[in-house]
Design a protein around this ligand. Structure first.
Ligand code: GDP
Length: 328
């Protein structure tokens, strides 16, 4: 049975990827950061077969130890400070974890190779936020990167470090440039989940309005469960490479509101939505739309869940969750 090590196991993608790899017969190890991490229980309940190892992306010896204990054949680096808005408030920490953390884990892989003569394959979670102020529509693997936030800048560092280690040391290191991907497991700070949860609560009479930021930004939103499959496929290729993973469709935040309120039978959402500068960003990414042609041709990957289905899945899941929580 192959062994896989996942950093970021407590996040949305970590959980979906762990489920996928377990279903394929992998031994799955997850790196857990910090003392008494509050998300440990969630991982233990959702994917009990995953073995948890203590470690931190800013601590190379702990990474090396995790590689030793797991005897990993594949390493998926999903760990990061991942919320764009927050990255302005803690820019240095974001660059340490989201950026330099990638260098740390690649260095740990090199050390491991020196000791054992062979390094695991490596997947780096790169991001469409690297395109930022987009220089081309749609965005492909060749599009010039122009990040617009400390998070985006840190991801660019991680992306090029991965490419550089592949080219310098012949590592099987791939970078997946994933566009926004969502699910009922998405954190409530991200716009899709914020909307799906609020719409469910409005429908149930638990909340009166949603306070939003910029409604004109456009994103290419897919389903996280589809996207983790692309990560796995990248590591099954004979050669490591970089791939854009996206749906090729873009929707505005207004369209997201249309779709979410439609699920609960509300046609005019204007009375329920207020805008507030606190949710506006110092610099915005206006239009993300990815070109997944290379992933389709080389990996045989296509997204299965369409935008409308995704929004419906999220709103219905939040309706169930809120009903259970509040007994309504
Ligand atoms: P991101 O693409 O990783 O930044 O994902 P988010 O889900 O956090 O944000 C997507 C887009 O939604 C951005 O352009 C935000 O400016 C916009 N947006 C508008 N209102 C909100 C809000 O209330 N919360 C969040 N998170 N984003 C919002």
């Amino acid at each position: 049975m192959p062994n896989a090590l996942i950093t970021g196991i407590t996040g949305q993608d970590g959980l979906y990827l762990a489920e996928l790899l377990l279903s394929k017969g992998y031994n799955v190890y997850g790196l857990i950061r910090g003392q008494n991490n509050p998300k440990t229980e969630l991982v233990e309940q959702t994917v009990p077969a995953v073995k948890l190892l203590a470690g931190d992306l800013s601590d190379i010896p702990s990474l090396l130890r995790a590689l030793e204990v797991s005897a990993a054949d594949e390493v998926y680096n999903l760990g990061a400070i991942s919320y764009v808005a927050y990255s302005w408030d803690q820019a240095l920490l974001t660059s340490e974890v989201t950026g330099r953390g990638v260098l740390n884990i690649l260095e740990a892989l090199r050390l491991y190779e020196q000791i054992h003569g062979k390094a695991p394959k490596f997947y780096q979670a790169s991001s469409s936020e690297m395109f930022g102020k987009v220089q081309q529509v749609p965005q492909s693997e060749e599009t010039l990167l122009w990040p617009r936030s400390p998070y985006g800048v840190a991801k660019v560092f991680g992306h090029y470090t991965t490419i550089n280690y592949r080219e310098s040391y012949g590592m099987h290191a791939s970078s997946g440039i994933l566009f926004n991907h969502e699910s009922p497991r998405r954190g409530p700070e991200f716009v899709t989940r914020k909307v799906s949860r609020a719409v469910a609560r409005i429908k149930l009479g638990l909340q009166e309005e949603i306070v939003m930021g910029n409604l004109d930004a456009k994103r290419d939103w897919g389903f996280a469960g589809d996207y983790v499959e692309a990560m796995w496929l990248m590591l099954q290729q004979p050669e490591a490479d970089d791939y854009v993973i996206a749906t090729g469709e873009t929707h505005s935040i207004k369209e997201l509101l249309d779709a979410a309120f439609t699920v609960v039978g509300i046609d005019d959402w204007a009375p329920y939505v207020r805008q507030d500068p606190q949710f506006m960003r110092p610099a915005e990414v206006d239009l993300l739309i990815g070109d997944p042609a290379k992933a389709r041709e080389k990996l045989g990957w296509t997204p299965k869940v369409a935008f409308g289905e995704l929004v419906q899945m999220m709103v219905e899941s939040d309706l169930n969750e809120q009903k259970k929580l509040h007994g309504v």
